[in-house]
Write a protein that binds this ligand. Structure first.
Ligand code: TRH
Length: 411
């Protein structure tokens, strides 16, 4: 079982050195967020040579500011997260029709091919995979879910209907029967270090463009989708005696916050209403995004990757799950909360459920303030629980290492 202090293997067999990751950006930042994080960890901690194919470089750029969106093939630096060595990843534009370099120059598929979130590889690329000797290890990296069926589907093979290829389903998850969660080695040491050193925090506040808030202020971060409950909570925080500093990245909640304020809130600006100060922070890279969460005494997160990062931050969080038209997200949220609330007192478990129901629109927005009061009353217990939950999750093998180990069994 890997631990924080375990040495980094960095020794992929030569038959697994080269990786292709295909990412189709459906919306927002989650698809590319997960692919970029995986690419970085494969390169930094396992010494993999990674080629990341992305169909929407503009959506990728906020996460990787050095990216040139006009460039079809480029190398970008991975940055150092945890204890891995910063290195480089090759980024390729994924065009339709697929034209990797030139139609005259066939593309050699890599040793391992990751199709992220069932994004369907180009047919010509699949044919090239089938022609390669040996065929690449082909993985579909799926979305994260805490539902029970995940353990039964993880690692299942799916033969190609026509070509001599097998694709394997790789499911992230919350127990050892799944592929685990993305987690860099040394991440928790970096977090503890940051929490213990006010100078590091002050330096980060400076980079965000603000001074640290006054002592006694509760710092919250809000990264969410459009959310009718948010104005109700803003009213509540503004009317309290405890000061709140709310850090707001530029995202889909912007318009409703500006409507609530009655004025614009560009990045770098702070506006106070009563006990609430809202600070518009810039969009930061993924390494700084962790730091942002480490500043929060509670974090509102969304989607998949920020949801996982909030769990590594070991502080209480509220998850805005990605809404799906068929309502499947309600089942997914339930499945997660069933796991997460295990071991909590009935009152704290109820508070977690009610705050999530209000934040995700399963109860009327007017319920939000009441739910938050109950949640806040349970806060000491929720803080201890968040730390316990994080420690337990850390006992699990991280997704990247599990993926490498799985691929070795396919050689
Ligand atoms: O952006 P998301 O909502 O992404 C998604 C997509 O909608 C996707 O289609 C859906 O399937 C998936 O959710 C479930 O939320 P997520 O997953 O949290 O991704 C956000 C990424 O952006 C994450 O990697 C963190 C990163 N980020 C930064 O690096 N810096 C920032 O300042 C912010 C606000 C986010």
């Amino acid at each position: 079982m890997p631990t924080e202090s375990a040495p980094i293997a960095n020794t992929l067999p030569s038959a697994l050195r080269r990786w292709d990751i295909f990412c189709n950006v459906i919306d927002n930042f989650g698809d590319i967020g997960v692919c970029w994080r995986l690419a970085r960890q494969l390169a930094n901690e396992h010494g993999a040579s990674v080629r990341l194919w992305v169909d929407d470089l503009a959506s990728f750029r906020p996460l990787c500011p050095e990216l040139d969106v006009a460039c079809d093939a480029q190398t970008v630096s991975t940055g150092q997260a945890g204890v891995g060595r910063a290195t480089q990843v090759e980024v390729r534009r994924w065009t339709t029709p697929f034209s990797p370099v030139s139609p005259l120059l066939p593309l050699e598929p890599s040793d391992v091919v990751i199709e992220a979130f069932a994004c369907r590889l180009p047919e010509s690329y699949e044919r090239a995979m089938a022609a390669r000797q040996p065929a690449p290890v082909w993985i579909n990296l799926d979305y994260l879910s805490a539902e029970n069926w995940v353990a039964g589907c993880h690692a299942l093979p799916s033969p190609h209907p026509r070509l001599p290829l097998t694709k394997y389903f790789f499911y992230p998850g919350f127990n050892a029967k799944t592929g685990g969660l993305l987690h860099e080695h040394g991440l928790d040491a970096a977090r503890q270090n940051f929490k213990a050193e006010p100078e590091q925090q002050a330096e980060f506040w400076r980079r965000l463009g603000f001074a640290p808030p006054d002592p006694g202020t509760q710092t919250l971060t809000v990264f969410a989708y459009e959310n009718p409950a948010l104005p109700r909570l803003l009213d509540m925080w503004a009317g309290e005696t405890t000061p709140t500093c709310l850090l707001l990245p530029p995202t889909r909640t912007q318009a409703s916050v500006e409507a609530w304020l009655g004025e614009g809130l560009p990045p770098g600006r702070a506006i106070r209403r009563g006990a609430l100060e809202i600070r518009a922070v810039p969009f930061v890279d993924q390494i700084d995004f962790d730091r942002l969460l480490w500043l929060g005494s509670a974090n509102f997160v969304r989607g998949e990757d920020s949801f996982v990062r909030a769990q590594w931050a070991a502080t209480p969080f509220v998850w805005h799950i990605y809404p799906q038209e068929d309502g499947a997200h309600q089942v997914k949220l339930e499945a997660f909360l069933a796991r997460y609330t295990e071991g909590l007192s009935p009152a704290a478990a109820r508070a977690v459920r009610e705050v999530h129901a209000a934040w995700n629109g399963f109860t009327p927005p007017d319920e939000a303030a009441k739910a938050w009061h109950a949640w806040r009353a349970a806060r000491p217990e929720l803080e201890a629980h968040a730390l316990r939950w994080q420690k337990n999750l850390q006992k699990q093998e991280d997704l990247c290492s599990a993926l490498v180990r799985f691929c070795r069994t396919k050689l």
